[in-house]
Design a binder for this molecule. Structure first.
Ligand SMILES: NC(=O)c1ccc[n+]([C@@H]2O[C@H](COP(=O)([O-])OP(=O)(O)OC[C@H]3O[C@@H](n4cnc5c(N)ncnc54)[C@H](O)[C@@H]3O)[C@@H](O)[C@H]2O)c1
Length: 311
């Protein structure tokens, strides 16, 4: 099965490396505004592929996306270039929407012309309203946003570190938008099947203080990374490769990722069944009153941002 990656910047390169080393697809095509960059990156990664699963990676033009089952879109300005690195700015990554929506309107029709059946995975920030822009530009609904799947891994990592356990045994998710109004589903968070609320009570910990600190660490994880390394790319690279596998292998894995949620009028993340067609079904999680209210606010901030760029 074939994967297309648009953009060979920090994120596009990290997605390509993760997909090649994991063997997420049999064939990977890297497309970039400057072909020479895509060619250099594909060549560099290709030299490592004899040591891993069988993967052919090469550079290409939009026409070379023909036959792709998934196309990831990573093109656009990032947080540092777009001035979205202030923890006190509630708009966060939504600041990047205007410029990146214009880029999406240019590239999405070119992808669809070559690969009309591919699931489009929006990775560029802000990925949720960009999925709405991409859906309109594509003229079809096989569009999903990487959404809060990365934030959910960050949530698991911080919980695992707090309780001194492996993150693989932590069941926790972030829903809503991949941005400052994301919602932490504390009511369903579990470690080894035990509710986090019970663990905190048993340990005599102040749950509110712990929640506040952990949420801050996860909500602004991108900024913390950018402060040390200019861009955050490796985590999203692995996450995007993993989503690709779920689609190409028709896994029907159930993860929080973004798709159009009609009751909210925008793309946002809820637990979703991911398979060959992209999002195959969306599950309605049981939420506390605070979490429900948070989800409404998350949707409202996405609606306001999207209205700004809608024609
Ligand atoms: N979804 C997530 O969790 C997540 C995580 C990290 C970064 N991001 C986002 O990914 C995007 C890419 O970040 P990056 O660090 O790779 O940026 P980068 O500056 O390293 O690369 C930008 C890429 O976009 C392309 N590009 C820029 N303007 C273009 C245009 N007008 N037409 C076509 N292509 C154009 C460039 O050629 C390059 O390939 C940013 O929006 C960033 O905020 C998302």
């Amino acid at each position: 099965m074939k994967l297309g990656i648009i953009g060979a910047g920090n994120v596009g390169c990290a997605c390509a490396l993760a997909a090649a080393t994991r063997g997420s697809a049999r064939e990977i095509v890297l497309v970039n505004r400057t072909r020479k960059t895509a060619q250099a990156v594909a060549t560099d990664i290709r030299y490592g592929t004899p040591l891993g699963p069988r993967v052919d990676i090469r550079d290409g033009d939009y026409g070379d996306l023909a036959g792709c089952g998934v196309v990831m879109i990573t093109s656009g300005i990032n947080e540092k270039t777009g001035g979205a690195t202030d923890r006190n700015d509630k708009e966060g990554r939504l600041k990047l929407l205007d410029k990146n929506a214009a880029i999406y309107r240019d590239i999405v029709p070119r992808i669809v012309e070559a690969a009309p059946h591919a699931v489009l995975l929006t990775v560029t920030d802000p990925p949720d309203p960009l999925a709405d822009v991409a859906r309109e530009a594509a003229g079809h609904g096989k569009v999903m946003s990487a959404g809060t799947f990365l934030d959910s891994q960050r949530f698991r990592i911080h919980l695992a570190s707090h309780f001194g356990v492996s993150p693989a045994e932590v069941d926790a998710m972030v829903i809503g938008d991949h941005g400052t109004s994301q919602v932490f589903v504390w009511s369903a968070a579990r470690v080894g099947g035990v509710p986090v609320a019970k663990l905190l009570k048993d340990r005599g910990e102040d749950a509110a203080a712990m929640h506040a600190q952990l949420e801050k660490d996860v909500r602004y994880a991108n900024i913390t990374i950018i402060e040390g390394h200019d861009a955050s790319q490796y985590g999203i690279g692995i996450v995007s490769a993993r989503i690709t596998e779920m689609i190409l292998n028709d896994e029907r894995a159930t993860i929080p990722v973004g798709s159009l949620q009609k009751p909210y009028g925008v793309t946002l993340s809820l637990p979703s069944v991911v398979g060959r067609g992209g999002i195959e079904a969306v599950l309605a999680p049981e939420l506390s009153a605070t979490e429900r209210e948070g989800l409404e606010k998350s949707a409202e901030s996405l609606r306001q941002a999207l209205a700004r760029v809608q024609r």
